[in-house]
Design a protein around this ligand. Sequence first.
Ligand code: CP
Length: 309
Amino acid sequence: MGNLNDALAKAKFVKENPYADCELGKNKTMLLIFFNSSLRTRLSTQKAALNLGMNVIVLDINQGAWKLETERGVVMDGDKPEHILEAIPVMGSYCDIIGVRSFANFASKADDYGEKILNQFIKLSGKPVISMEAATRHPLQSFADLITINEYKRVERPKVVLSWAPHPKALPQAVPNSFAEWMIAAGYEVVITHPKGYELDPEFTRGATIEYDQEKAFEGADFIYGKNWSAYADPNYGKVLCTDKNWTIDERKMALTNNGYFMHCLPVRRNMIVTDNVIESANSLVIPEAANRVVSAQTVIKEILLGLK
Ligand code: CP
């Protein structure tokens, strides 16, 4: 928790003094590359960079850019006119820091868990790279979640429950992986509840309790973090195994908690993941949690800018 306490102190300063470093990023350019859609990450990271005085360029790879080939050795006679091996260093030449969003695509577990796209940016761009959610982690989200829990916790070591909930489509494991990893690192009591078959990579969950009974997991919880994810374990990697709405987070289950707060990274499908009444309740933190995305991004970008000086 030593490093996390330091990060939380830096985040507190940024939150209380959002424009204290408005000259730090002068004449520096942040390039944000999106392979996937975004609302919060797109806006909060831009806002964070602008607060630091940076110029910001945003590129949606699938809208207006050339389609990118990512495999080396391919004869490029199809619909992808540009190779990522040229595109990345070109992008790097236009900026000082790069943010990349590139989700798992479930075509290859080895490529996803090897962070093939993100690592190519790190290797080839020549610039510091920030993950804006990659295949296996969403660190800016988890940092914002930690900031939020630190602001609202009523005991030093809260019980934090990560609860799987149903969703019609296959979602990556990045948010739950990161959330578990950060909450365990923070020293909190971490319980993860999900149907059998939804076990996450143990690399991220070691130190957490896995509880297959969702109601038992909720008992005495201080924070409930709702999230869907697809199966991690082979042979079902990336598959939807269950859409049972008995796992939807509702008022009856929240009543089992220690007057617990509800959190979700958003976007959220109402009445699949969580009921209207829970997300609209006084104990729902989804809006302050999303607002803290500016704080987490600004804290990280500020540290990188200080390192560039
Ligand atoms: N939580 C989150 O990353 O939201 P977006 O996908 O809208 O960026």
